[in-house]
Ligand binder design. Structure first.
Ligand code: IVH
Length: 689
């Protein structure tokens, strides 16, 4: 109980500070979504225990107090705010409250206008005899600041209504905003002048509207969407839909993305659709506003103290919310780098449940000064992995324990190491299962050896059952061993062995990339493989002629040093030997050579020669032999006839061999085929050709 009253007091103070920064200082310190969540937490505490209510609670206030630079004016009709809905259930609850207020049976249809919720600043515009008379900010909803001169610089606001015989008075409400492009330009200029940057377009807009010099406002390219119309009662329209059309006719910009919705489902799908598409709009939106279409029914439903019953803001899923930090976990990457991961109470972020977020590295962890049970703000924008952006240290419970990285690797227990001037902390135990798992995942990945059918689950089993101590061990597996594991049937096991076998033919640069040497990504691997056609040549250069590596495109001293260290390491030398012994070439293959040749010699060396293959060749699979022949311009046929030039024959050759002999066709073993492929010009010297 004591805890709860303390928490409520802390929340009150934090939220009041945030509101002051937002409304009065024009310098927000907290994302709206974070504010909303904490506000709801406070509201909940107060609702469960009314003794926690206090007059200074932000829940007891309608809006922020107006700043004092401008004249304060009373609104003709108060500017209310909107209740929020965050999901379909909230939307249903709103609909039920509304039906009750209208005395209608549950389930009765209600027509609703769905509009985009523009993330800007509300304005109230008064027109007298069709001419703009006054423009004011929302202020606290009852009183705002008079900013007519500034508003008159916004070109999408008509100074005179474009209608014949305008009503005596007209009140128009809408949202002033700064389009994204203008916002970027404003901040770029401010940066160039060394001025503080605006946090977001809404904040820039609020700051601009309160500029004392209208010329500054005019230069900031503000814009305005009108969404509410008040007319004298004798001239009232029947619906919100008509009001929007009226506003358009009168010369206002009305957001074109609006829909008449017959039911809740269609409001929801309008919202889902815009949640996905909103980033293509040139201005910020943060949800959808659903409004009862009939103005007569709006009147009947009425308002609560703070908001109309006839409207609701359906907010897009938050991309930034608070949560409570439970513990720090760590992930060990394939290079041994340790990534701290924050585990927190599950929250809904951008529509998905999230309970873990990256903390990047030990520096970031220290910078945030995280403590267990801290209230942290987590963010997930677009496809990006969730991250902890900040900690609300004010809400820290007493005696909270500081959160730090462990001293030892959670996977193998060995002591973690952090190099001087390095942000990364590493596990340097080469046989750490996490590092091995990462190395295997990398080796079989699409851009490396591209082995089909070897997923993370299977790799984990191979590591934890001691079946793979290195990537070379993958080539020692057999289908019987594999089919004893979980999640893999006999057929998949056979296919996997085939895929592994096939992977031995991958080009040298992919094998080099697959080794996962620090800094040797796909591009560097290609550059190195082009210069050094085999691992031996690369090793020799690294020891005797490092300059040669250094001079290569994109390879600086750091990369070349990493490479040298890697090649020097006895464990890695052992790995390279093992890879060779299981059949990896670690060099430019014949196929690559022939491919290269194909680039330089447009006619392949085996052009227009037809081959057939029979029996088992000592090292090449049939399909590999076929690819090699084809890469050199030859054709491979499945049968033999007079037009066949060569038969490549291995062990247990069948009928094709005797047929070839009968037809006088030249029979090659694998070595002779390799000879043909390696010395293409000898083809011309061959007596049979
Ligand atoms: S209707 C009484 N429609 O959202 C309700 N408001 O969070 C009047 N807003 O204060 C508001 N787009 O500043 C309405 N299409 C829209 C809106 C919109 C943005 C703002 C407005 C309001 C706030 C409520």
């Amino acid at each position: 109980m004591l805890n709860q009253s303390k928490r409520a007091a802390e929340l009150r103070s934090l939220l009041n500070q945030a509101a002051h920064a937002y409304y009065v200082l024009d310098a927000p310190t907290m994302e709206n979504t974070v504010y909303d969540c904490l506000y709801r937490e406070l509201l909940n505490l107060e609702q469960n225990d009314s003794s926690l209510l206090s007059p200074d609670s932000p829940t007891q206030r309608v809006g922020g107090s107006p700043a004092e630079r401008f004249t304060s004016v009373k609104h003709r009709i108060g500017l209310l705010s909107l209740d929020n809905a965050f999901n379909y259930d909230d939307l249903k609850a709103w609909n039920q409250r509304l039906l009750r207020a209208l005395n209608l049976p549950l389930g009765s249809p209600l027509e609703v206008v769905s509009e985009l919720k523009i993330d800007g600043n509300a304005l109230a515009l008064s027109y007298r005899q069709g001419v703009i008379e006054r423009a004011a900010t929302r202020g606290d909803g009852q009183q705002g600041e008079e900013i007519t001169a500034n508003v008159c610089t916004i070109s999408s606001i008509p100074l005179r209504l474009q209608i014949d015989q305008p009503p005596d008075w007209v009140e128009v409400r809408g949202e002033a905003f700064i389009p994204d492009a203008a916002f970027t330009a404003i901040n770029a200029e401010r940066e160039a002048r060394g001025e503080a940057l605006f946090a977001n377009p809404r904040n820039a807009c609020a700051g601009t509207l309160r500029q004392l010099d209208p010329k500054v406002v005019s230069a900031r390219r503000l814009d305005f969407f009108a969404y509410t119309l008040h007319l004298p009662s004798s001239q009232r329209l029947a619906s919100q839909w008509e009001a929007l059309n009226w506003l358009e006719r009168a010369g206002f910009r009305v957001n074109p993305n609006r829909a008449l919705c017959p039911d809740l489902m269609s409001i929801n799908s309008f919202s889902v659709q815009w949640e996905q598409k909103r980033h293509v709009l040139p201005y910020a939106t943060d949800g959808v506003v659903a409004k009862l279409n009939s103005l007569a029914l709006q009147d009947k439903a009425g308002c609560t103290q703070k908001s109309p019953r006839w409207a609701i803001a359906l907010k897009f899923p938050a991309q930034e919310v608070p949560s409570r930090l439970l513990r720090i976990a760590v992930q060990v990457g394939r290079t041994g780098v340790i990534t701290p991961v924050a585990e927190f109470e599950p929250v809904n972020l951008a529509g998905t449940n999230v309970s873990r977020a990256t903390l990047h590295n030990a520096n970031r962890l220290a910078e945030l000064d995280l403590h267990i049970n801290d209230t942290v703000v987590v963010r997930k924008a677009g496809e990006i992995i969730p991250e902890v952006v900040t900690v609300l240290a004010k809400l820290r419970p007493p005696n909270a324990e500081i959160a730090c990285l462990p001293n030892s690797c959670p996977e193998c227990g060995s002591l973690l190491v952090r190099g001087k001037n390095e942000a990364a902390t590493r596990c340097v135990n080469n046989s750490c299962p996490a590092i091995l798992r990462g190395a295997l995942i990398h080796w079989v990945s699409k851009s490396a050896l591209d082995v089909d059918g070897l997923g993370i689950k299977l790799i984990e089993q191979l590591v934890y059952q001691g079946l793979a101590h290195s990537v070379a061990d993958l080539y020692r597996l057999n289908s019987t061993l594999l089919s004893g594991l979980e999640h893999i049937g006999k057929r998949s096991a056979i296919n996997l062995i085939k895929a592994l076998e096939k992977s031995k033919q991958q080009p040298w640069h992919r094998q080099l990339y697959g080794l996962g040497i620090h800094h040797i990504g796909e591009v560097n691997a290609k550059v190195l493989a082009a210069e050094f056609p085999s691992i031996e040549e690369l090793q020799t250069a690294a020891i005797t002629d490092p300059e040669r590596i250094l001079n290569l495109r994109g390879i600086g001293s750091e990369i070349s040093e990493d490479l040298r260290q890697w090649l020097k390491n006895p464990n890695n030398q052992r790995l390279l030997n093992e890879l060779k012994s299981v059949g990896l070439t670690l060099r430019v293959t014949d196929k690559e050579k022939i491919n290269d040749l194909n680039h330089s010699i447009s006619n392949g060396p085996l052009l227009s020669k037809t081959f057939a293959i029979t029996g088992t060749l000592p090292s090449l699979s049939r399909s590999a032999a076929k690819e090699l022949i084809q890469a050199a311009g030859g054709k491979v046929s499945s049968s033999i006839n007079k037009t066949t030039n060569y038969l490549v024959a291995g062990k247990e050759a069948g009928k094709k061999l005797s047929k070839a002999k009968n037809l006088g066709i030249t029979v090659l073993d694998e070595a002779s085929l390799q000879d043909l492929l390696n010395k293409p010009h000898s083809i011309n010297e061959h007596p049979d050709l």
